[in-house]
Design a protein around this ligand. Structure first.
Ligand code: MG
Length: 374
C-alpha cells in the first residue's frame, strides 16, 4: 500500500459561539475541526483530525495548509508504518511547531493501518485493558446554583464533573465549597484553572479543594512551570493534573522525574496523534500515574483518543465536553454533524471505542462538502 495524496479539510465549527472560561476571562470560541484524508493506491482512505478554538476559521485554514505541506512528504510511503512516518514528520515539526498538522496525519496513518488489517485500532495497540468512564467537562461560566443543578442531571450519565476556576482566589474557594456541597453523593468534582494562578494562589485554592476531596486540580499554574506543579503536588492532598498544552511525549520525562503530576492529560490532536499519545500513556504507566486524556469533540480525533485510552492500563477515565444543557442524548454533545451514524456512545457512564476497522468513523460526505471552508 502506498500513500498517493494527503487532503486537509478545514470545517465550519458545529458549536460556534460557546462562551468558555479561560482563566480570568471568558472567550467566545468555536470547536473547529480540521479533517485529513490520506489517499492510497487502494480503496482505503485514512481519516485523521485536529481542531482549533478559533471560530473565524483562520487558524483552521492555517493548520490545513500545514497539513498539506507536511503531507507532501508522506507521498510514496507505506501508511502501515506510522511510527517511521512520525519520526520523519517530527524532524520537520520541531523546526516549525506544526504539532496539530503532524497529529492529524498520524491519526490518518493509524486509521489506514487498522483498515488494512481489518481490525479496530485499540486491538492493534494491544487490546482493551479497562472500561473507560466518561467525566463531564462543563465549560460554561455559570452561577454556583446553575452548576449544582447541572451536577444533578449530569450524574445520571457521568461519574464526575469538572468546572472552571481561575478568576479570583476567594471567590473560587467559596465556589468549590458550595458546588461540592450541592452535588449528589458519590458524584465527583474536579476543577480546571487553565494555567491562571501563581503557586501561592493555587495553594490557597487547593486547600479549599482538600476540604471537599476534589478528584484533581487541573493546570493550576503555567504548564511550563514543572517545579511549581511539583511543589503543589507535594504540598496538597489534591492530585495535580496537566499536560493538555504539551507536545509531544518528550516533556513527560521531566514531569515524571520532578513528581509534578498525578494525572496526565495529553491532547491527541496536539500531542502527536495516536503515536504521541500512546507514548505518553506508556511513560506514565511506568511511573504508576494516571492517564485521563484531554478530549473534546470533534469525533474523528475523539475516537482516535478513545482507542489509545481503552488500550492503556493507566487509563480508566476520559473527558467528555458538555456544551449544551438542553441536549437529551449525551451522544449529541460530541457535535460532529459531518460524521455518519453514531460511532461513539456513552452508556451507563462507560464510553467504548468504535468496533469498525481503524479509528472506526465514517464521514457523511454531503455534510463535509456543505461545511468545508477551503
Ligand atoms: Mg483543561
Amino acid at each position: 500500500m502506498e500513500i498517493t495524496r494527503c487532503e486537509a479539510i478545514p470545517l465550519a465549527s458545529a458549536v460556534e459561539g460557546v462562551e468558555m472560561a479561560f482563566g480570568s476571562g471568558d472567550r467566545e470560541v468555536g470547536v473547529q475541526p480540521v479533517l485529513v484524508r490520506v489517499h492510497t493506491d487502494t480503496d482505503h482512505i485514512g481519516l485523521g483530525e485536529t481542531l482549533t478554538y478559533d471560530a473565524s476559521g483562520a487558524e483552521g485554514e492555517a493548520v490545513a495548509r500545514m497539513i498539506s505541506v507536511l503531507g507532501a512528504d508522506l507521498v510514496g510511503r507505506d501508511p502501515r508504518e506510522p511510527t517511521a512516518a512520525w519520526e520523519s514528520l517530527y524532524v520537520d515539526v520541531k523546526r516549525s511547531n506544526a504539532w496539530k498538522a503532524l497529529s492529524a496525519l498520524d491519526e490518518a496513518l493509524w486509521d489506514l493501518t487498522g483498515k488494512a488489517a481489518g481490525e479496530p485500532l485499540y486491538r492493534l495497540l494491544g487490546g482493551k485493558t479497562n472500561n473507560v468512564a466518561a467525566y463531564a467537562t462543563f465549560p460554561r461560566r455559570q452561577s454556583t446554583d446553575a452548576l449544582v443543578d447541572a451536577g444533578a442531571w449530569l450524574a445520571e450519565t457521568f461519574e464526575s464533573m469538572k468546572i472552571t476556576v481561575g478568576a479570583d482566589v476567594e471567590r473560587d474557594r467559596e465556589r468549590i465549597r458550595a458546588v461540592a456541597a450541592g452535588l449528589p453523593d458519590g458524584f465527583g468534582l474536579s476543577v480546571d484553572a487553565n494555567t491562571s494562578y501563581s503557586v501561592s494562589e493555587a495553594l490557597r485554592v487547593g486547600r479549599a479543594g482538600e476540604e471537599v476531596a476534589l478528584e484533581w486540580f487541573e493546570e493550576p499554574v503555567a504548564h511550563t512551570d514543572i517545579e511549581g506543579q511539583a511543589e503543589l503536588n507535594r504540598r496538597l492532598d489534591v492530585p495535580i493534573a496537566a499536560y493538555q498544552s504539551h507536545a509531544p511525549h518528550y516533556p513527560v520525562v521531566g514531569h515524571l522525574r520532578a513528581g509534578a503530576l498525578e494525572v496526565y492529560q495529553p491532547s491527541a490532536y496536539l500531542c502527536g496523534g495516536v503515536t504521541g499519545t500512546r507514548r505518553v500513556a506508556e511513560l506514565v504507566d511506568g511511573f504508576e500515574k494516571q492517564l485521563v486524556p484531554h478530549a473534546f469533540g470533534p469525533l474523528v480525533n475523539y475516537a482516535a483518543t478513545l482507542h489509545v485510552a481503552a488500550a492503556s492500563p493507566a487509563c480508566d477515565l476520559i473527558e467528555f465536553a458538555v456544551y449544551d444543557d438542553s441536549v437529551e442524548d449525551p451522544g449529541e454533545y460530541v457535535a460532529s454533524p459531518y460524521v455518519a451514524g453514531d460511532p461513539v456512545r456513552v452508556e451507563n457512564g462507560v464510553i467504548t471505542p468504535p468496533a469498525a476497522p481503524g479509528i472506526g468513523v465514517e464521514l457523511d460526505e454531503a455534510a463535509v462538502e456543505r461545511l468545508r471552508l477551503d
